[in-house]
Design a protein around this ligand. Structure first.
Ligand code: AMP
Ligand code: ZN
Length: 665
């Protein structure tokens, strides 16, 4: 092969591997192989300086020193964004733009607001030409050599990219890289950085680009500029940017209306700390690019976009210890025990740490000064470590491998962040949690019994499961702490009364994983009793409206379990409702026993549901379709012709609602 060809093919290959690793997060070769190929290319380029290319992947390691960054005037001004802080603000914004556009319906692209330093990058014929900082919005600094060292910034584009354009994005320092960088500085006895945003923007102005190359910076893109760029919508432009090789976070979503924007805001207000990078809000943009043009800019910001800032109050405090809680499903939640601190009007002593990944990502260690934040959520969260205060003696947190309550080895399912204790039937908090769920208000709603009493009953070996509740006696309960004759009687009476709770709530109370209130209702209605449900296969279950595979699997597993089968048998013996009960009706008879009816059309004296109920109340059955088993078809107005024909061809009598009234007397 010609040298030039060899060089080109190595460059292409390395570009592709960089893309796989840094943009797609999906490397296909080992780091070692990559380094070998890079070294190969470096040697060839050194021997053949005539083939130098400023966009070769070898340039990513940096090395050039910039004493003074050249000032560049932006071809298009880099604006700020207006801020909003509430749904009302956003509704006002929508009204303002609808006034300009004339009441059109609007779709929006929602993106997270990446917290870093903005950058403008120019590409010509698919090659990176220049990168400029925002500066004052009119003029910025040429930081091309530094930007080229960021591996997720493509030096050569792929696909059907426009000839010339500018793309804008944010240079950020992801949290995990930030924590690693700081720990390394501390190991070297140096001063760590305070926060990722300032570190990212400071990095752009480093004089030695090889220093920039060492920082785990990332570049997330969000806007195209230029007359060669011809897309219809902003969302489409993001998808195109991805196809050219740019990194555009998948969190960006299209919202069909402002309500969907609100859903996006609510979701990320709660989940933003699970992201690999920092965000302080959401940017909402009018999706249609013609509308964007029409709306234009104010003196400071585009009219077609607005930033929404999350409410958040932050304080720093000391992390005294980490404990681990076991939930009723066995899920482990790490909890931070903090030096008490005032936050948003309350004293905070504990905060959520989410899961093992989160602790590792932020490199949280016991003894650290940590930042605690309270946003829309109820439980405060730890969002970072103050590395400037880290004591070098602190040890990295080692996540527990065994259940803190029953010592069983924890498991972690492939696509789940949480660890689980698999000892479903022997792990005390899981048992107690399940009984607590069973008695809760939306489930069996047992009066006189609270969560703490359940724990008390369990710890005194009076109950091991929810079926045991039904064998409790007043004598057993009286000796317990804070119990007396009266309260013990109330408790037993409360349990007795729970036998009237309808099947759908019993089903919810059983605590089958993924079977919440709504799903329990659906299943109860469809299967009518527990035997039918217990017999159902995964396939059967999936065919039920709104029941997915995950739920189906969980239901089948529950009923396959021998201990659950015993529990259910016992509940049945105690008289707990395990079937849908038709309400007692004094007018009910058995006149229609053994008769099957099909109801079709619209009626005068009954609604269709009333008619069906009347059939069932009198012992008859209602079927949805006509077959040889049908005894009568009750026809109202507008009965479908197909049904009429089928009934006549099978010789099934067709009767009117008046005939029916006579029939039931
Ligand atoms: P501000 O500096 O608060 O006025 O906010 C404007 C800045 O937000 C822009 O200059 C961008 O650097 C930054 N930004 C972060 N994420 C986005 C995004 N998804 N879309 C637009 N701008 C963003
Ligand atoms: Zn356990």
């Amino acid at each position: 092969m010609e040298i030039k060809q060899l060089i080109d093919s190595l460059r292409n290959e390395l570009n592709q591997h960089n893309y796989n690793y840094y943009v797609l997060d999906n490397p296909v070769i080992s780091d070692f192989e990559f380094d070998q190929k890079l070294k190969n290319l470096q040697e060839l380029e050194a021997k053949h300086p005539e083939y130098f290319d400023e966009n070769s992947p070898t340039q990513r390691v940096g090395g050039s020193i910039t004493k003074n960054f050249q000032t560049i005037t932006h071809q298009n001004r880099m604006y700020s964004l207006d801020n909003s802080y509430s749904k009302e603000d956003l509704l006002d914004w929508e009204k303002r733009i609808q006034k300009i556009l004339g009441n059109v319906s609007l779709q929006y692209t929602c993106e997270l607001k990446y917290d870093g330093a903005s950058i403008s990058i120019t590409y010509e014929n698919g090659k990176l030409k220049r990168a400029v900082t925002r500066g004052d919005g009119f003029q910025g600094d040429d930081v091309t050599t530094n930007i080229k060292t960021i591996k997720s910034v493509p030096l050569q584009l792929q696909g059907d990219y426009p000839e010339n354009f500018e793309i804008r994005g944010e240079i950020i320092l992801p949290l995990e890289g930030f924590a690693k960088m700081n720990q390394q500085l501390l190991d070297e006895g140096k001063v760590p950085y305070a926060n990722p945003r300032n570190t990212a923007s400071g990095s752009l102005k480093l004089q030695d680009s090889s220093e920039v190359a060492k920082r785990p910076l990332d570049c997330l893109l969000y806007t195209f500029i230029g007359s060669d760029v011809k897309f219809a919508t902003h969302f489409e432009s993001l998808e195109k940017a991805r196809s050219f090789g740019f990194k555009v976070p998948n969190e960006a979503k299209l919202a069909k209306n402002i309500q969907e924007v609100f859903q996006f805001l609510e979701y990320w207000d709660e989940h933003r700390h699970e992201l690999p990078y920092e965000t302080d809000g959401v940017v909402i943009k009018v999706n249609n690019l013609h509308f964007q043009d029409e709306l234009g800019y104010t003196a400071k910001a585009p009219r077609w976009a607005i930033a929404y800032k999350f409410k958040a109050e932050q304080v720093a405090t000391k992390l005294n210890s980490i404990t681990y809680q076991v939930g009723r499903t066995g899920a482990i939640t790490p909890v931070a025990n903090l030096e008490p601190v005032q936050l948003g009007g309350t004293t905070v002593k504990r905060a959520s740490l989410h899961n093992a990944d989160q602790i590792e990502k932020l490199d949280i260690r016991v003894g650290d000064m940590v930042f605690v934040e309270k946003g829309g959520e109820i439980i405060p969260k730890i969002i970072g470590v103050d590395f400037t205060k880290r004591n070098q003696d602190l040890l990295p947190t080692v996540y527990i491998t065994n259940c803190p309550e029953c010592q069983t080895e924890l498991i972690r399912k492939e696509d789940e962040a949480q660890h689980y204790c698999p000892n479903f039937y022997g792990c005390p908090p899981q048992i107690i949690g399940r009984i607590q769920h069973f008695i809760s208000r939306k489930a069996m709603d047992i009066e006189g019994l609270g969560g703490e009493t359940v724990a008390l009953l369990f710890n005194n070996h009076l109950v091991q499961n929810y079926a045991d509740l039904y064998e409790l006696t007043v004598e057993q309960i009286i000796p317990l702490e804070r119990m007396a004759q009266k309260s013990a009687e109330n408790l037993v009476n409360g349990i007795e009364k729970s036998k009237e709770i309808p099947f759908e709530r019993v089903l919810f109370a059983l605590g089958i994983r993924y079977v919440g209130e709504t799903v329990a209702k659906k299943l109860a209605k469809h299967y009518q009793n527990i035997e039918n449900l217990a017999k159902a296969s995964v396939m059967d279950l999936i065919l039920v409206d709104e029941i997915g595979e995950r739920i189906a699997q969980s239901v089948v597993e529950f009923f396959e379990n021998a201990e659950n089968q015993i529990l259910i048998q016992r509940l049945k013996e105690y008289g707990v409702q395990l079937e849908v009960k038709t309400v007692y009706n004094p007018e009910a008879t058995t006149i229609l026993e053994g008769k099957t009816f099909v109801v079709s059309g619209v009626f005068e004296k009954f609604s269709r549901d009333e008619l069906k109920k009347a059939i069932e109340d009198n012992g008859g059955k209602v079927s949805g379709s006509i077959s040889s088993k049908t005894n009568f078809v009750i026809a109202g107005e507008n009965m479908g012709p197909a049904k009429l024909e089928k009934a006549s061809s099978l010789g099934i009598p067709i009767i009117s609602e008046d005939d029916f009234i006579v029939m039931i007397g």
